[in-house]
Design a protein around this ligand. Structure first.
Ligand SMILES: N[C@@H](CCC(=O)N[C@@H](CS)C(=O)NCC(=O)O)C(=O)O
Length: 210
């Protein structure tokens, strides 16, 4: 059976949510972050050399990386549901937002927390403007469509939700200037599968839906 190894308050909430949306059987194992470093504990890191959440196991398979896991679960157990087909006009948007979540949005948001700013006479720190541009893009997209890929909920929403919600426990971000994002978080956050996933994965964590 598919096992989701969930690290508390982490991107592995996506995989629990995906399983709930697809209504597929899965086993959920919980791991707590190290209270001092906030990193994954030793037994989580022992699962795979990369040691970051999410990780799933499925028989002999041990698979990390949110996007890879989502693709795998949808293909193997979801009958292709929650993807957008290549024939659809929404296919490029689906691909863009699915990948934008972890390739651009999340790294830009966390870079402002992690990295020391390197000061050179001829170098400017582009990170704040990158965050602004990324957030403006997200806000503009949600003025056009109900979901990231288009009018239908898809795995692109599951990818995009974490940087806009749970990540804000680590990287506070004010959303008052983003009415479309706030509206989106409110209506997607009411999905029964999301609420069920969050109850199962992080029952004591306040949901960052506003
Ligand atoms: N691109 C990776 C990022 C994984 C990642 O950085 N996960 C964080 C949790 S949100 C983590 O494992 N942090 C604990 C650690 O690095 O020990 C993915 O999407 O799976």
């Amino acid at each position: 059976m598919l096992t989701v190894h969930h690290l508390g308050k982490s991107q592995s909430e996506r995989i629990v949510w995906l399983c709930e949306e697809l209504e597929i059987p899965y086993r959920l194992l919980h791991y707590s972050r190290d209270p001092v470093t906030r990193l994954a504990p030793a037994d989580y890191r022992a699962l795979h050399p990369i040691g970051t959440a999410p990780i799933i196991t499925d028989g002999a398979l041990i698979l990390p990386e949110s996007g890879a896991i989502i693709e795998y679960v949808i293909a193997r157990y979801g009958g292709g549901r929650l993807k957008v087909s290549p024939e659809s006009i929404d296919f490029p948007s689906y691909l863009f937002w699915f990948h934008f979540a972890n390739a651009s949005l999340l790294p830009n948001l966390t870079a402002t927390v992690r990295a020391a700013v390197r000061k050179h006479d001829n170098a400017v720190d582009v990170r704040p403007s990158r965050v602004d541009r990324a957030m403006s893009l997200v806000e503009a997209r949600l003025a056009e469509t109900r979901y990231f890929a288009g009018e239908l909920f898809s795995a692109a929403d599951i990818m995009m939700f974490f940087p806009l919600t749970t990540l804000r426990h680590f990287r506070p971000m004010e959303l008052t200037g983003f009415p479309n994002i706030r509206g989106y978080l409110k209506h997607v956050g009411e999905r029964p599968a999301y609420l069920q996933a969050m109850r199962k994965s992080d029952p004591h964590m306040p949901l960052m839906l506003a």
